[in-house]
Design a protein around this ligand. Structure first.
Ligand code: APR
Length: 335
């Protein structure tokens, strides 16, 4: 998975490089800076002393010493201070310059903390948005595995607006698999007896699916397509390249070639959905593609409802979708 959001202590992550949220002096400090120096040992500070500090938004690289990571990329985030003077640009530069350094050193994987979101006070939802957009853009043009390492869940926050609209969407659609709710669906007469008590009756009728875009003869003609055949036909129909497809699906090249070369390839549900997102399929087309892999969209799955939310919103940015899935403790899209 080119971009993976994980809960961990970054000093324990086995990546080619981990990124340190340092200060301009590069002499260590608290937070992730202190943790990295403690885990790497005194040789890290000794090498940092030879670097002559680091400007805000810039990045410098040292060895990792006792860390599992071979290298440490030190970058200095902006201090928030009510967000004036192009703080967003400086924060974006931290990610861009660290990724450039990683690429120059031919690194295969790099792990980032959420830079500036601790003692530098940068609002976590805005910092996350910047991180996801810079890393996502880099990965559409480069081959690398990037981990966004979240140390404490509190440090991970979607924008309030996005979080509440997804929560509302789940409330509207979610049919938990308690027999109580299912009884309403199977025995509509029960609704009357509870409808005056909103606490008890929380389930609305699922919204009618958007009208199917595919014609009947198209469905019949491709009835026997396998998942791979339907996928490759859709890629051609959309005029996309393989690389565009697997990058927008957050799938690595090796995995995609397995799909392309095996007519009877059976993907996992998250892989099938990731590819539907990459192809920007509407809900009906997504259901068709999933059906080829033996899956269906279910309103008793929060994961499925969150996917449906983004398709309904027309937001096919797989990195933003993964940000939301992570916030709701769901599996991420991609492989
Ligand atoms: N692994 C991963 N993330 C961590 C870890 C860890 N071991 N420890 C802290 N974090 C997270 C915090 O939860 C926060 O979300 O790293 C993010 C950045 O927090 P800070 O480490 O405080 O870094 P920052 O806000 O960029 O401030 C940098 O703090 O430690 C000093 O010397 C550093 O002066 C510099 C300033």
């Amino acid at each position: 998975m080119p971009l993976e959001i994980i809960r961990n202590d970054i000093t324990k992550v086995h990546a080619d490089a981990i990124v340190n949220a340092a200060n301009s002096a590069l002499l260590g400090g608290g937070g992730v800076d202190g943790a990295i120096h403690r885990a790497a040992g005194p040789e890290l500070l000794a090498e940092c002393l030879t670097l002559g500090g680091c400007e805000v938004g810039q990045a410098k690289i040292t060895k990792g010493y006792k860390l599992p990571a071979k290298y440490v990329i030190h970058t200095v985030g902006p201090v928030w201070q009510n967000g004036n003077n192009n703080k967003e640009e400086l924060l974006a530069d931290c990610y861009k310059n660290s990724l450039t350094l990683a690429k120059e050193h031919n690194l295969v994987s790099v792990a980032f903390p959420l830079i500036s979101t601790g003692s530098f006070g940068y609002p976590k939802d805005q910092a996350l948005k910047t991180a996801i957009s810079v890393i996502g853009d880099f990965l559409l043009r480069n081959e690398m595995t990037v981990f966004l390492v979240v140390y404490d869940k509190a440090a991970f926050r979607l924008s309030e607006k996005l979080f509440s609209s997804i929560t509302q969407y789940i409330d509207d659609k979610y049919i938990d698999d308690q027999p109580f709710n299912r009884r309403f669906v199977e025995q509509p007469e029960l609704k009357e007896s509870y409808s005056d008590d909103p606490m008890l009756f929380s389930m609305k009728e699922p919204a009618p699916a958007k009208k199917r875009k595919r014609s009947l003869e198209d469905v019949i003609k491709h009835m026997d397509d396998t998942f791979s055949q339907m996928l490759l036909r859709l890629i051609d129909d959309k005029g996309m390249t393989d690389a565009e497809t697997y990058k927008k699906a957050n799938i690595d090249r090796k995995h995609f070639s397995k799909i392309r070369n095996d007519l009877h390839y059976k993907p996992s549900k998250t892989t099938a959905i990731a590819l539907a997102i990459a192809l920007q399929l509407n809900l009906d087309e997504t259901k068709d593609l999933l059906h080829k892999a033996g899956f269906a969209i279910s309103h008793s799955s929060k994961f499925d409802i969150i996917i449906e939310y983004f398709i309904d919103e027309g937001n096919y940015n797989i990195f933003e979708i993964n940000e939301a899935l992570f916030a709701f403790d769901q599996k991420l899209l991609g492989v």
